[in-house]
Design a protein around this ligand. Structure first.
Ligand SMILES: Nc1ncnc2c1ncn2[C@@H]1O[C@H](COP(=O)(O)OP(=O)(O)OP(=O)(O)O)[C@@H](O)[C@H]1O
Length: 353
């Protein structure tokens, strides 16, 4: 592992902000720290940076314990959400800042800044001041400034938080490509699962100061180990009376289960040609227009859940009686998650529904 946290604990007075954190990232990989506000993501990032000191445990970079090494000597570059560019410096001066601190010659500084301007696609704008740049351009300059001294690790704290939605999407894919091009080990904090899934090779899900799960986004989405992770990754419905559902009567007696919207399909009453024995009777409670799709909320007994529907698919009305197929549940039993398919449906035939 290139960056590693081993049994790390951090208290703010009596508040236990990081609880026995064990995570690692290989050289060149991108890791997302993903969790709700207050779950301890930034505290982990700040400890890696050296801006906070752990109360116990070790932080290692390239196999060296760095607990007592000053932030500037850890070989780390930072990028924060609010750009933090120096307002009175030009783009060139901002990018050159860390290089001057390193005492590089004027000639070497010029060479490196030119190289970075090319990397961020802003060659020609070096004389501008931050006030003459768009939000996305400012963030690119901040990225170049963080990379200029050739750090071994890049830390990003909510890098897109202050950027508007459209620019954010563009900037995200640009950042992903650029990080991979440079090949730098990167750790970033986000509360946005879409951002984590798009950018990261590995995701660490944090909750109440703990690591709930670490893995690829596919692992975390497809095999959530805790109810928290299952609900945090994608919107879903938690149910306790899931054994009343057709096809799940003999399922494991767990504490609760999650129904994901993609595991449900809603049909016009009587239109189902197969799997009638697996179908529930439901009533449409709410229809929400979501721009490129609809959300159909349906009541099945005391369970209210929802699925997504195409805009050009079947049309439904609130109050309409419908047939509902539930393909799969994620059932939680102690610390285990079971992915359970509907026993009344043969998976061989799923594609013909
Ligand atoms: N310097 C501090 N002193 C006291 N408590 C702190 C300090 N910094 C953070 N905390 C507390 O520690 C907990 C974790 O904070 P942290 O900033 O790590 O969470 P986060 O997941 O990054 O949240 P956010 O997304 O809101 O930034 C929070 O309850 C926060 O109030």
């Amino acid at each position: 592992m290139y960056v590693e946290l081993c049994n790390v604990n951090k208290y703010y007075d009596t508040y236990h902000a990081s609880k026995d954190i064990n995570i690692g990232i290989e050289q060149g990989d991108v890791l997302a720290l993903l969790g709700p506000s207050g779950s301890g993501k930034t505290t982990i990032l700040r400890m890696i940076a050296g801006l906070e000191t752990p109360d116990s445990g070790d932080i290692k970079i390239n196999n060296t314990i760095v607990n007592t090494i000053a932030p500037r000597d850890r070989g780390i570059g930072f990028l924060f959400q609010n750009y933090a560019l120096f307002r009175y410096m030009t783009v060139f001066e901002n990018i050159a800042f860390g290089l001057e601190m390193q005492g590089l010659s004027k000639q070497d500084i010029k060479k490196r800044v030119t190289e970075l301007l090319d990397l961020i696609g802003l060659s020609g704008l070096e004389k501008r001041h931050p006030s003459e740049l768009s939000g996305g351009q400012k963030q690119r300059v901040a990225f170049a400034r963080a990379l200029a001294p050739r750090p071994n690790v890049l830390l990003l704290d909510e890098p897109f938080a202050a950027i508007d939605v459209k620019v954010k999407e563009e900037l995200r894919s640009w950042l992903k490509e650029t990080i991979k091009k440079v090949g730098i080990t990167t750790i970033f904090v986000t509360h946005d699962q879409e951002e984590a899934v798009e950018l990261a090779d590995y995701i660490v899900v944090t909750n109440q100061g703990r690591v709930e799960q670490m893995g690829t986004s596919r692992d975390i989405y497809g095999a959530p180990q805790t109810p928290f992770v299952a609900q945090f990754m994608g919107k879903s419905t938690e149910v306790t009376s899931y054994r009343q559902l057709k096809g799940f009567e003999t399922s494991i007696a767990g504490s609760s289960a999650i129904i994901r919207p993609e595991s449900i399909k809603i049909y016009k009453k009587g239109s189902l040609k197969q799997y009638m024995s697996a179908a529930e009777r439901g009533v449409i409670e709410r229809i929400l227009f979501k721009g490129n799709h609809m959300e159909l909320w349906v009541r099945i007994g005391d369970i209210v859940t929802y699925s997504n529907a195409d805009l050009d698919g079947m049309e439904f009305e609130v109050g309409e009686a419908v047939d509902v197929l539930i393909y799969r549940l994620y059932i939680f039993e102690h610390n285990m998650t079971h992915v359970v398919e509907n026993s009344k449906m043969s998976t061989d035939n799923l594609y013909y529904i």
